[in-house]
Design a protein around this ligand. Structure first.
Ligand code: FAD
Ligand code: MEZ
Length: 567
C-alpha cells in the first residue's frame, strides 16, 4: 500500500465513505468522523506523542482541524505545516508539500457546463474566504438575519488572519483608557496616511480609524480579550491591541470569529474554491461558481457576494511582476494567499488600485519559516548586524527597516533581547518552542554563539540601555524605549525580510461596495480585507490589517445583507 485507502482497503469503501460514490460534501464530514472514531481526535492523537517534538497535532490553526487536511485517502498525504515550516515529519504514506498556482479559469469548458446546468442551490449572501474579513462579514450578515454560505478553498479556515501576531490597531479604546494611554482617532488617521506615503484613500482611512474602537468593543462582546496594548512601527502611541500577556492576536481573533459564525449556524464549506462570480450582464451579481475539491463544479445563486479572499504575497510570480526586487523572496503568508480572489473579482468587472505596492516584513526567521512579530521590537528588542552594531531605528516603518537589513552583510540581522522582553510577550514562547532562538547566560556567551564580536555587542547594548535611561535614542531616534536589556539570559534570532502584505487590490468605497472598471458600483458585490486596495496606501502600518478586516468585514457583511433584503 502506498496511500491510506489502499492501506485500509480490506475494510471496504464504506469504512471511510457514506456511499460508494465517495465524499458527499467538501468538508469530508463523514470521512473525518471515521478517522476520529478509530484514531481519536486531534487532542488524543497529540497526547500519545513523544515529548519534545514540535507536534503537528498541537498547532496554531483554528476551528476543528480535519484529519484530511493532511492525511489523504487516494493520494499522497502532505503535512500542511510544511507550507510554511520545514519540520520534516515522517508522515505515513507522506509526499512532499507542493502547491502550484492553478489559474481560476484553467478548466473553462467544465466550468461553462456547470453554469449551463443552473444553480444547485441558493442563498442570500455568499462570502468568499474564511479569514477575518470573511468571518466578520459572516457574523454581521447572520446578525442582520440573512442566509449565508462561506466558501473557503483551503482545507483549514482562517487564512492569514490566524497567523497575525503583534496586534490590532485602534484608537480611543477602553483598554487604552485603562492603561492611561492618550490617543486620538485623528492621530491614527495621520499615522496611517504618513505610513502609507499619503497615497491612501483618505475616506477609507477615516472609516478605519473612526470605527476602530467600536470594532474592539464588537470583538470583546463576542468574547475576545484585547486588553494588552503595545507599539508597532510607525505609530505615535501604543494602540496595538492583543490578548493579555501578549499572545498572538490573529489566532485569537480568528477563533472568536469562527466560534461566533458557528454559533450562528453559518454554512461554512472548506475545500471550496470560488472560480467565478456570476453576473447578469447589467452590472449585478447573481451568484458564484464553486469548485468543490471532492464534489466538482456547481453554482450557488446569491443576491450578494462578499469577496474576502486576502492578498497574494505567497504567489511569488505575481509579487515579482509588481516588484521585481522581491523575486525569489520567502513569504510570511499562508499557502492560500495566491490572489485568486483578485482574479475572480476582476474577471467580474472589478477595478483595482495600488497593486504595485507589496510589503516585506523585516523580521522573518529563515530557520523556522516563521515571521517574528514586530511586537518583540515594540517591547524592547534591538536589531544588530554581524558586527554586533545597531544600524536602524527598530520601530521605523517596515519598508525602511527591511531596506536597512538588506543593506547589512549577509542580508540578514539579529534580533536581540533579554529575559524581561521575553516575559513581556508570551508569543516569544512559541519561537523558543520552534527552536529558532539562540540563548546566552551573558551577552558574551550569546555573541560567541553567533560568532559576533562580543565587545561590540556589549557596547551596543550598553549604549542602548543608556538611551533608555535618558529617554532619548541619540543614535537612531527610536521613539519607544520601553525597557533596558539587562536581565539574563539574553536571546537572539536571525532575521531577514520576507514578502508579507499586498497593499493593493479591489477598489471599494466606504460601504465596502466594489467599484467597477467603468467607475460604477457593481450591484451586490462587496469586498473587504487584504483583497482590497486604498486603505493602506504604499505601505501598511503594523497592526492596521486586523483593524481593516474587522471594520470593513463588518461593514461588508451588513451592507450585503441589506442589499439581499432589498433585492
Ligand atoms: P485572509 O485571512 O488571508 O483570508 C482570506 C481567505 O480567503 C483565505 O483563507 C484564503 O484561502 C481564502 N481564499 C482565497 N481565494 C479564494 C477563493 N477563490 N475561493 C475561496 N476561498 C479563497 N496584521 C495586523 O494588523 N496585525 C498583525 O499582528 C499581523 N500579523 C501578521 C502575521 C503574519 C505571519 C501574517 C502573514 C500577516 C499578519 N498581518 C497582521 C496581516 C493580516 O493578518 C492580514 O492582512 C489579514 O489577516 C488578512 O485578512 P483577510 O480576511 O483579508 O484575508
Ligand atoms: O501588522 C502586521 O503585519 C504585524 C503587526 C505583524 C507583526 O509583526 O506582528
Amino acid at each position: 500500500a502506498d496511500n491510506l485507502a489502499d492501506f485500509h482497503g480490506d475494510n471496504g469503501c464504506d469504512s471511510c465513505h457514506q456511499t460508494d460514490k465517495g465524499p458527499t460534501n467538501d468538508n469530508l464530514t463523514h470521512e473525518n468522523a471515521q478517522c476520529v472514531s478509530c484514531h481519536g481526535d486531534l487532542k488524543e492523537v497529540a497526547g500519545g506523542e513523544r515529548e519534545g517534538i514540535v507536534s503537528p497535532h498541537q498547532s496554531h490553526l483554528i476551528g476543528d482541524i480535519a484529519c484530511t487536511s493532511c492525511h489523504k485517502g487516494h493520494e499522497k498525504s502532505v503535512t500542511y505545516c510544511d507550507a510554511c515550516h520545514n519540520f520534516g515529519y515522517d508522515m505515513p504514506f507522506g509526499g512532499k508539500w507542493e502547491r502550484k498556482f492553478v489559474p481560476v479559469d484553467a478548466e473553462k469548458a467544465a466550468q461553462d457546463k456547470a453554469i449551463a446546468a443552473g444553480p444547485r442551490e441558493s442563498t442570500d449572501v455568499v462570502i468568499i474566504g474564511s479569514g477575518g474579513a470573511g468571518l466578520a462579514a459572516a457574523v454581521s450578515a447572520r446578525d442582520a438575519g440573512v442566509k449565508v454560505i462561506v466558501l473557503e478553498k483551503e482545507p483549514v479556515p482562517g487564512g492569514n488572519t490566524k497567523l497575525a501576531a503583534g496586534g490590532m490597531n485602534a484608537a480611543e479604546t477602553k483598554p487604552q483608557a485603562k492603561l492611561g494611554i492618550q490617543d486620538k482617532k485623528q492621530i491614527m488617521i495621520d499615522d496611517t496616511m504618513k505610513g502609507g506615503r499619503n497615497i491612501n484613500n483618505p475616506e477609507l482611512v477615516k472609516v478605519l480609524a473612526n470605527n476602530s474602537s467600536d470594532s474592539i468593543d464588537w470583538l470583546t462582546a463576542l468574547g475576545a480579550d484585547m486588553n494588552d496594548v503595545g507599539r508597532m512601527g510607525g505609530a505615535s502611541v501604543n494602540r496595538s491591541h492583543r490578548p493579555t500577556g501578549g499572545a498572538g492576536v490573529g489566532a485569537h481573533v480568528a477563533q472568536v470569529l469562527w466560534d461566533a459564525a458557528v454559533a450562528r449556524d453559518t454554512d461554512i464549506r472548506l475545500n471550496s474554491r470560488v472560480v467565478r462570480i456570476l453576473e447578469d450582464g447589467s452590472g449585478k451579481v447573481t451568484g458564484v461558481l464553486v469548485q468543490g475539491a471532492y464534489t466538482g463544479y456547481y453554482v450557488i445563486k446569491a443576491d450578494a457576494v462578499v469577496v474576502a479572499t486576502g492578498g497574494f504575497a505567497k504567489n511569488n510570480d505575481r509579487v515579482a511582476k509588481y516588484d521585481a526586487k522581491l523575486k525569489g523572496f520567502k513569504a510570511t503568508n499562508h499557502p492560500g494567499a495566491t490572489g485568486d480572489g483578485l482574479d475572480v473579482a476582476t474577471h467580474a468587472g472589478a477595478d483595482t488600485v495600488d497593486l504595485e505596492y507589496v510589503q516585506a516584513h523585516p523580521t522573518y526567521s529563515p530557520v523556522g519559516g516563521v515571521m517574528v512579530t514586530e511586537a518583540v521590537r515594540g517591547n524592547g528588542a534591538i536589531l544588530v548586524n554581524r558586527e554586533g552594531k545597531r544600524f536602524v531605528n527598530e520601530i521605523t516603518t517596515r519598508d525602511k527597516a527591511s531596506a536597512a537589513i538588506l543593506a547589512q552583510k549577509g542580508e540578514s540581522a539579529y534580533l536581540v533581547f533579554d529575559d524581561s522582553v521575553r516575559k513581556s510577550l508570551s508569543k516569544i514562547e512559541g519561537y523558543i518552542h520552534l527552536k529558532i532562538v539562540n540563548e546566552g547566560k551573558t551577552v558574551k556567551e550569546l555573541a560567541d554563539k553567533l560568532a559576533m564580536p562580543a565587545a561590540e555587542l556589549e557596547k551596543s547594548i550598553a549604549s542602548y540601555n543608556g538611551f533608555v535611561k535618558s529617554g532619548k535614542d541619540e543614535q537612531f531616534e527610536r521613539a519607544n524605549l520601553p525597557r533596558e536589556l539587562a536581565t539574563a539570559p539574553f536571546y537572539a534570532i536571525e532575521v531577514a525580510p520576507a514578502v508579507h502584505h499586498t497593499m493593493g487590490g479591489v477598489k471599494i468605497d466606504t460601504k465596502a461596495e466594489v467599484v467597477g472598471k467603468d467607475g460604477k458600483l457593481i450591484g451586490g458585490m462587496y469586498a473587504a480585507g487584504e483583497v482590497t486596495g486604498g486603505v493602506h496606501g504604499a505601505n501598511r502600518l503594523g497592526g492596521n490589517a486586523i483593524s481593516d478586516i474587522v471594520t470593513f468585514g463588518r461593514i461588508a457583511g451588513a451592507q450585503a445583507a441589506q442589499y439581499a433584503k432589498d433585492h
